[in-house]
Design a protein around this ligand. Sequence first.
Ligand code: ADP
Ligand code: TRP
Length: 321
Amino acid sequence: MRVLSGIQPSGKLHLGNYFGMMKPALELQKDGEAFLFIANYHALTTVDDAGALRAATHDVALDFLACGLDTDRTVFFRQSDVPAVTELTWLLSTVTPMGLLERCHSYKDKLAKGIAPSHALFAYPVLMAADILAYQSNVVPVGRDQKQHVEVTRDIAIKFNMKAGRDVFTIPEPCIRDSVAVVPGIDGQKMSKSYNNHIELFGGEKDIRARIMRVVTDSTPLEDPKDPEKCSVFALYRLVASENQVREMRGKYLAGGYGYGSAKKELFEAVWSYFEPFRKRREELSRDPGHVESVLERGAQRAREEAGRTLKSARSALGLE
Ligand code: ADP
Ligand code: TRP
């Protein structure tokens, strides 16, 4: 089974990214060969400063390695080190109906957030399809917001295979964990860096504490029982605390006499200690930028071999060779 996922280097990673995509992808490393990449071609649709893109790409690489990416099992690389995906994007776009792209929510959502409409922003799902199909991926772990893009990829692959009269591409499946499909932000909406409601994975202690203390809750008085299932503090706590701790906090919510302020303090402690080992590892890794670079180069080589094979087969199916 081949697992593949990517993440854009368009800002600091947060708890939503970690629990929605990174953790499931890192856990799937055990079940087969994984391909994970930093989607810097995709990030060009929103990041227009070259230095910022370079720095964010390095940061995301550090984040993944710190969080447990196993470089023996996982091919880890920068998207732009495999230019074959851009050629494959063109080949796929010739079988992609406009209507399929016009239905994608993420394009409309991004325009609504004020991002300039460019051809790249509109065609983004075709590049994502090329990412997935180039490596013959079976399973794509992503948060719920990316599900539609994996469905678009499936449609494109099925159309292409029909046209070719053979299976040029493996048909991928999205892998979405219901429990973490949407991690709430501090305002209760989906956590996202573009809503500035996020809690950074490797943010400073003060910032993380301050953001957690701002998590929006309802106005149930301190003495009254509270519904844990309707509370973002509890939803976040569940992600980082042990089963026992979760059971205890649920009991306190239901019993009453327990305020949201206390729950937030416990949430902060749990978040901080959950990421403690990753923070240490990240600090060590950051002292050796050469190591990060060599991991990415090794990954790129392996990824180029695989993508090159798929591209050759797709070119031949279309009569280019
Ligand atoms: P952002 O919304 O902060 O820009 P991205 O769109 O770059 O995040 O998402 C990168 C990956 O993390 C995707 O697989 C996405 O589904 C996942 N993800 C992002 N935010 C969340 C969230 N709040 N809950 C679950 N998964 C998320
Ligand atoms: N579009 C994804 C996001 O914004 C990133 C991405 C690019 C991706 N190519 C991919 C994710 C291929 C999974 C598979 O989060």
